[in-house]
Design a protein around this ligand. Structure first.
Ligand code: NIG
Ligand code: FE
Length: 420
């Protein structure tokens, strides 16, 4: 059979292209260091970026070689597709009741202790069929993609039995097969000790002995996560669990320092890819993560949902960390799920440069997920791209999430075109 021809396509002109390429991997980034190409275009082929540069020059080349042209007829600013490196969007049910209790004064941990919280979502997710979960997840993926997220991590963790965790991961795999949005699955069976178990160690052993081998065999996830907190799993057992998961070949990540410190030390000792949350982290934790090369993924949506302070993002960057920003979109602590809006609000509160905030949801988020093929627009990178109706990139954060991308390409193909 003959291979399907993939034409070279020149897309543009854009008022500005931000390739997000060549930035430092970690630490502060001044806006002056952010490459901005005016009147630029992108040449794509076979889903990949071939060249980014001056539109007139690329047009000459395109006309000479008979390349396809995809013309953009208004002022648009082009960025790499956004990457959401931490979500729990595979779930059933709503926790609007929890939210109402929280805003009237009950704490997240109090609600969890009285049977609400994560275990409430576990009950509802267990009750859902595989196809119901697929449908719910698909709708959330549609929304994320329309808002410019082209790669999204998704955790299990509302099943908490071998069978139910596998059901969640299968739902994620099924949606991933058919949706334009790329999903990165993570096994979070160690989210909470399930009600059927009283001994967290025995539960973790079951996960290691029974669940993870099946996850691996069926190719359902290559990453393992654990929630370290008094109400979930303790530091020592978590370290042991992560090291054993690593031995099996999983990459590991940690829900760390959300309410109390301890998790980031485990993340550093386990050589985790990222430590996520970090609202309670101080200088000591920042130094531990930096020395171990762990990406700090902060989750402003959880701070907004819980009415608590943000993670110290400015101090993290000044301390030399690679900072990613993700939504933590979940039914409990972070029900909103708007990555751009949350990044803009965190950036304003924490005094981040535009370059730092945009890097945290593109190239640095790609690093958190170990995806070196995306997050920037340069030769050989996946052509996941989003364009905003604006003539200057500074409009994007200035409008704090209200300015949405109106053109979206996934692997070089247009998936959204609501030009306005
Ligand atoms: O990252 N902190 C633990 N887990 C999730 C919350 C999940 C939930 O409340 O359903 C988080 O915030
Ligand atoms: Fe989370």
């Amino acid at each position: 059979m003959e291979a399907i021809a993939h034409p070279f396509t020149l897309i543009g002109p854009f008022s500005q292209v931000l390739p997000m390429h060549g930035l430092p991997e970690a630490g502060p980034v001044a806006d002056e260091a952010l490459p901005v190409l005016d009147n630029a275009g992108v040449l794509v082929h076979h889903g990949l970026v071939i060249q980014v540069g001056n539109y007139e020059k690329l047009l000459e080349q395109a006309l000479e070689n008979g390349y396809q042209l995809e013309e953009v007829s208004q002022d648009m600013v082009l960025l790499p597709g956004l990457i959401d490196a931490h979500t729990h969007i595979c779930f059933a049910g709503s926790r609007a009741n929890d939210y109402a209790m929280r805003v009237s004064g009950k704490s997240y941990l109090e609600i969890a202790r009285s049977g609400g919280g994560i275990l409430d979502s576990v009950r509802k997710t267990r009750e859902a069929t595989l196809l119901e979960l697929v449908d719910l997840l698909k709708k959330r993926c549609d929304r994320h993609l329309a808002e410019g997220v082209t790669t999204c991590e998704v955790k299990s963790g509302y099943g908490l039995t071998v069978e139910e965790e596998l059901k969640m991961l299968e739902a994620i795999q099924l949606v991933n097969k058919h949706h334009a949005l790329d999903l990165v699955p993570t096994c979070l069976a160690a989210h909470m000790c399930p009600p059927e178990h009283t001994d967290t160690r025995l539960y973790l052993q079951e996960v290691l002995g029974k669940l993870l081998p099946q996850v691996q065999e069926q190719g359902l996830a290559g990453r393992v996560d654990i929630f370290i907190e008094d109400t979930a799993f303790k530091e020592e057992e978590a370290l042991d669990y992560l090291l054993r998961a690593k031995e099996m070949g999983f990459a590991v990540t940690v829900h760390a320092d959300q309410f109390s410190t301890g998790g980031s030390r485990v993340a550093a000792e386990a050589g985790a890819l990222s430590a996520d949350h970090l609202e309670a982290s101080g200088e000591e934790e920042i130094a531990l993560l930096r020395d171990a090369g762990v990406v700090a993924t902060v989750l402003p949506g959880a701070s907004l949902g819980l009415g608590m302070h943000y993670a110290p993002a400015r101090r993290m960057l000044d301390g030399g960390l690679c900072l990613a920003i993700a939504t933590d979109w979940n039914p409990g602590s972070a029900p909103m799920g708007d990555l751009l809006l949350q990044a803009a609000l965190l950036g304003a509160a924490e005094k981040l440069t535009t370059a730092e905030t945009l890097a945290a949801i593109t190239t640095r988020a790609a690093r958190a997920l170990q995806l070196p093929d995306r997050g920037s627009l340069a030769k050989g990178q996946v052509a996941d791209m989003i364009a905003f109706p604006a003539d200057n990139y500074k409009e994007i954060l200035y409008q704090q999430g209200k300015l949405k991308p109106t053109m979206i390409w996934k692997k070089g193909l247009r998936v959204l075109s609501s030009e306005s």
